[in-house]
Design a protein. Structure first.
Length: 143
C-alpha cells in the first residue's frame, strides 16, 4: 500500500504514514463539529449613550448660576468656578454633538444649547473675573 499524501510505501495495517504522518484509515463515521454560535448582531447605540449632551447642558447652566452669584455676591471664587463649569460644559456639549449622529440625533439640540450657553457663560465669567480682579486691585491700592 502507498501513502495518499507523499507516495511512500507503507505497511498494509499501518494507521499512519511513517514518512509524513498522514492518516491512512478512512474514518468510519464523519466527525461532527459542534455548530458555531452565530455572530452577535451589531447593536445600535441607544439614546442613553448621549447622556453627555445632558451633562454638558447642565454644566453650562450651572455656570450661569455661578456667574449670577458672582454678580450679586461680588465673589471672585464664584467667577472662577463659573469659568471652570463653562469650559467643562463646552467640552461635554461638543462631545454630545459628536455623539448625536451615532444615536439618531437624539439630544443634539440639547448639546447645541449647552455649547451656546457654555460659550456665552465663559465670556461673561471671564469679563466678571477681570472686573473682580480690577476691583480688588483698586481696593488694595489705597492702603
Amino acid at each position: 500500500m502507498f501513502c495518499k499524501n507523499c507516495g511512500n510505501e507503507i505497511k498494509d495495517n499501518a494507521k499512519f504514514c511513517s514518512s509524513c504522518g498522514t492518516c491512512t484509515e478512512t474514518p468510519s463515521a464523519p466527525v461532527q463539529t459542534p455548530p458555531s454560535a452565530p455572530a452577535p448582531a451589531p447593536t445600535q447605540p441607544s439614546a442613553a449613550n448621549n447622556n453627555i449632551a445632558i451633562v454638558g447642558f447642565s454644566l453650562s447652566m450651572a455656570a450661569v448660576l455661578f456667574w449670577f452669584l458672582a454678580i450679586f455676591i461680588m465673589g471672585l471664587p464664584f467667577t472662577i468656578i463659573s469659568l471652570g463649569l463653562s469650559v467643562a460644559g463646552i467640552a461635554c456639549s461638543a462631545r454630545g454633538i459628536g455623539l448625536a449622529a451615532s444615536v439618531g440625533n437624539k439630544n443634539k439640540g440639547l448639546a447645541i444649547a449647552g455649547l451656546t450657553v457654555g460659550i456665552v457663560s465663559a465670556v461673561i465669567a471671564f469679563i466678571l473675573m477681570i472686573l473682580a480682579i480690577n476691583m480688588l486691585a483698586n481696593i488694595y491700592s489705597y492702603y
